[in-house]
Design a protein around this ligand. Structure first.
Ligand code: MCN
Length: 818
């Protein structure tokens, strides 16, 4: 038995069909080209020596013993690097005066986080490289490290003393200034007199995108083009950045992302490891390979989230929201990664979510610390925003004595109001929050669970039930180039596709999106099969190699289908338009009389026709083409949408909490997502499941923990708690569809939806279960210990369960210095 479908004889439409993924046979069995499986003649191997200190001066590196170890070819330190090694780029300086540390692939004199590379050993085998790495003797003078985010924001200790501050950029959006709404301070002041003001502080803990395949890179400098294979989400961006920073012409660079085992944003990066491999290969004139260990991956691949959120929500006494003020501190780590500074900016447009807030203010101070750099992690800015607003809606419901779902309904945009311009300045094109919510509440059994909750409370049951709501929307399909430009993002947002109709009737399509687990080969084949009227199996999807897909902007921000899929539709339509005159010529009819349906060109009003495959063969033979016609049925198209894409949904979670032990057990999880037209329901369900697990993991399990010296304590899967199937329950997943108006397929992205929605649904449920015991927040992850302490501290009276952190509250006005 194979993992893929074998027959497709039925003529049912492909779009909307549960197709097993073409790529699964090779991905699930592992019989494929992961980067680490690549072996080239004469290939050398690298091992990295990494700093054990968070912040230290390198006083000496003795490489002599390592250099004389068996089969060691070279050992390099930061002092050996020249300009051709390039630097690592930040592609999104969010303000013109952003303070950006220079990021060399290997620093020569100072390390700024535990795990930073200080030297590299190159040897004939990976084992010999690792053994010799043990012989490199590095002397450090330890420096004070900037570790705590709030203290770092106050410049108590400097992460980069030469910069004079840890404050990198202060970014503000204000609805009164933007003309999209009123003045938030006025709204809050008024509510303090005759309404309600809810103020909370939330911690978004540091997370690690724990992809299954560790990062790996191979560089071959021996051909006409220099070739890099990398386990990356972004081969095109890597090629651009190599050209821009290492002086090698872009045309001489080929970057290949072979099969990539997950990324979740964590491989959306240009990395020191890639840059070192690039430089070393050119020094030794031989191919080199580097594959990180799991601990290296957890320590030095970029981390995600890590924010303090200070939130103020003002409302009338009946719960109608009048203003929302968001003040953030965001930890960048010790360098600013490729889009790290921009992650909170993406969130800035989403804190108002599905609601009609009349006034909104967002301010974010990004801060440098001596920890691993942070960047996009599944959702990037939008999970933080959704968490903030959905937790606040629950708190407001308590403050005004409203039922939490009814409070949401009072404030949300109704389906008649679309398209709707939000207080953050976005135009939501389509959606129906009422419909998704109604279905979710019915599927969940909302009223029955509320009744059971009351029963347990009344009975003083030690196992309490909590119900959490998250009605979310997100902006995805990261695209409109003009909008990205207005936010000072360093690239555009278009996507490219090519379609090549081959002589024998099969079709090659090339996409600039670069899948790393999402199933593009299957879903994109379904789109082409339907549109071109060819069998699903006749479509071959090529991607992830800049020599094949020379144009593209890769995969992140749930953009591949809504941007890349639409580029594909345009390219297919061009092929059909190209084929039409050939059909007319062969059928001796006028082009205007030719119809195209389900793969057949017919002369209107007759039964005369030719299939697209017959036209492909005739074009290839070129014996009888219209005058001036090129003998090819190829086309290219680029799509740059006019707007983002706004999936939404209602997620409901029930948890049971053992009030004696603090143990949280998930009881039920129901979601209804609106992602417009669904191309492949099976893939979509998988995407939602994966997304939910990662959001639930933030709520209950995962946290990157540094000790007081700045060492990552959670540097293995023993300590970094990625949940397994045994920790989770069945998810009740379904859909409602209001087609998107920003692409002809009507699709909305799904890759991040589950992650964005689920974290607040779970934490709201946890708090709801024990609120009657005096708890109004539990810091994430809501471990049994934290839940138990929250209950017991509150029983004891004087506890501060809200933050669980002894650090001083931050004063965002300090940020205005920059
Ligand atoms: N799809 C569909 N119908 C829709 C929407 C999507 O059939 N209406 C299908 C698409 O054709 C695609 C998949 O669902 O096969 C995801 O599509 P999309 O929402 O366009 O997201 P991207 O392909 O751009 O993937 C990026 C997104 C992100 S940002 C993260 S993070 C993430 C994710 O996808 N990382 C993943 N899903 C992941 N899945 C796996 N296995 N591994 C990762 O690292």
């Amino acid at each position: 038995m194979t993992l893929t479908d074998e027959s497709t004889t039925e003529s049912a439409p492909e779009i909307g069909r549960d197709r097993r993924r073409k790529e699964d046979q090779r991905l699930i069995t592992g019989r494929t080209k992961w980067t680490d499986n690549i072996v080239l003649p004469g290939m050398l191997h690298m091992s990295m020596i990494r700093s054990p200190f968070a912040h230290a001066t390198i006083t000496n590196i003795d490489t002599s013993e390592a250099k004389s170890a068996p089969n060691v070819v070279a050992v390099y330190t930061g002092a050996d690097l020249d300009e051709s090694a390039g630097v690592l780029i930040n592609a999104w300086p969010i303000t013109p005066d952003q303070v950006t540390p220079v990021h060399p692939p290997i620093p020569a004199d100072r390390v700024t986080f535990a795990g930073e590379i200080v030297a590299v050993v190159v040897a004939r085998s990976a084992a010999e490289a690792r053994d010799a790495a043990e012989l490199v003797d590095v002397d450090y003078d330890e420096l004070p490290a900037a570790l705590d985010l709030k203290e770092s924001a106050a410049d108590t200790v400097l992460a980069h003393p030469d910069l004079g501050t840890n404050k990198s950029a202060y970014w503000v959006f204000d609805s009164a200034e933007a003309g999209t709404g009123g003045d938030v301070e006025e709204a809050i002041a008024k509510a303090r007199v005759d309404g309600v003001v809810v103020e909370k502080e939330f911690r978004q803990q540091r997370l690690i995108p724990a992809f299954m395949e560790p990062r790996s890179v191979v560089v071959d400098p021996t051909g006409e083009q220099l070739t890099m294979w990398s386990a990356t989400q972004v081969p095109h961006i890597v090629r651009f950045a190599l050209a821009a920073t290492t002086g090698v012409p872009e045309s001489k660079i080929r970057v290949i992302a072979p099969d990539v085992g997950g990324g979740f944003g964590g491989k959306l990066q240009v990395t020191p490891e890639e840059w070192i491999a690039w430089w070393v290969a050119r020094q030794v004139h031989k191919p080199v390979k580097y594959t990180e260990t799991r601990s290296e991956s957890l320590m030095a691949a970029h981390h995600g989230r890590d924010q303090w959120q200070k939130l103020t929500l003002s409302a009338e006494k009946d719960g109608t929201v009048t203003g929302f003020k968001v003040e953030l501190l965001a930890d960048l780590g010790s360098y600013i990664s490729v889009v790290g500074g921009g992650v909170p900016v993406l969130g800035a447009f989403m804190f108002n979510s599905i609601y009609k807030f009349p006034a909104y203010h967002f301010a974010c101070q990004t801060v440098l610390t001596n920890k691993a750099w942070t960047d996009a992690y599944r959702g990037a800015g939008r999970p933080e925003a959704t968490f903030g607003i959905e937790r606040m809606m629950d708190e407001l419901a308590v403050a005004v004595g409203a039922e939490p779902m009814e409070l949401r309904q009072k404030n949300w945009i109704t389906h008649e109001e679309f398209p709707f311009t939000t207080v953050a300045g976005l135009e939501y094109d389509s959606g129906n929050y009422e419909a998704a919510t109604e279905q979710a509440m019915a599927n969940f059994g909302y009223d029955e669970l509320r009744a059971e909750q009351k029963q347990r409370r009344d009975a003083g049951d030690p196992i309490q039930l909590g119900i959490g709501i998250s009605t979310f929307t997100e902006m995805c399909g990261l695209a409109p180039s003009r909008v990205l430009g207005s936010l000072d993002y360093g690239a555009g947002g278009w996507e490219h596709a090519s379609v090549r109709m081959l002589a024998t009737g099969t079709v090659e399509i090339i996409t600039g999106a670069s899948a790393h687990g999402q199933g593009h080969e299957t879903a994109f084949s379904q789109i082409v099969a339907d549109r071109l009227g060819v069998p699903f199996e006749a479509v071959e999807v090529l991607h992830g190699d800049t020599a094949i897909a020379s144009k593209g902007l890769d995969t992140y921000g749930s953009r591949s289908l809504v941007v890349g899929g639409e580029a594909l539709v345009k390219a297919v339509d061009k092929v059909i338009e190209k084929a039409k005159p050939v059909a007319a010529h062969l059928l001796e009819a006028s082009v205007d009389d030719i119809d195209f349906t389900a793969g057949q060109f017919t002369v209107a009003g007759t039964d005369q026709g030719l299939s697209i495959q017959e036209i492909a063969m005739a074009t290839f033979a070129a014996h009888n083409l219209p005058d001036g016609m090129e003998p090819s049925l190829d086309s290219d198209a680029t799509f740059d949408p006019i707007n983002f894409n706004y999936p939404h949904g209602t997620h409901l979670c029930a948890v049971e909490i053992d009030t004696e032990t603090g143990q949280v057990r998930m009881r039920k999880y129901t979601c209804v997502d609106d992602i417009g037209t669904v191309i492949n329901p099976l893939i979509v369900e998988g995407q939602v499941h994966g997304g939910l697990v990662q959001g639930i993991a933030q709520a209950l399990f995962e946290e990157a923990v540094y000790d007081d010296a700045g060492t990552l304590v959670s540097a293995s899967f023993v300590d970094y708690l990625v949940p397994t199937a045994a920790d989770l329950i069945h998810f009740d997943v379904s859909h409602k569809s209001t087609p998107s108006l920003t692409n002809t397929l009507g699709t909305k992205g799904v890759g991040e939806a589950g992650t964005i929605a689920s974290t607040p649904a779970v934490v709201n449920a946890v708090v709801d279960a024990i609120r009657h015991l005096g708890v109004d927040d539990v810091v994430m992850p809501c471990t049994p210990e934290r839940v138990w302490r929250a209950i017991n501290d509150s029983k004891a009276g004087g506890a501060e369960p809200t933050t669980g952190d002894a650090a001083p509250h931050f004063d965002p006005s300090e940020g205005e210095a920059r």
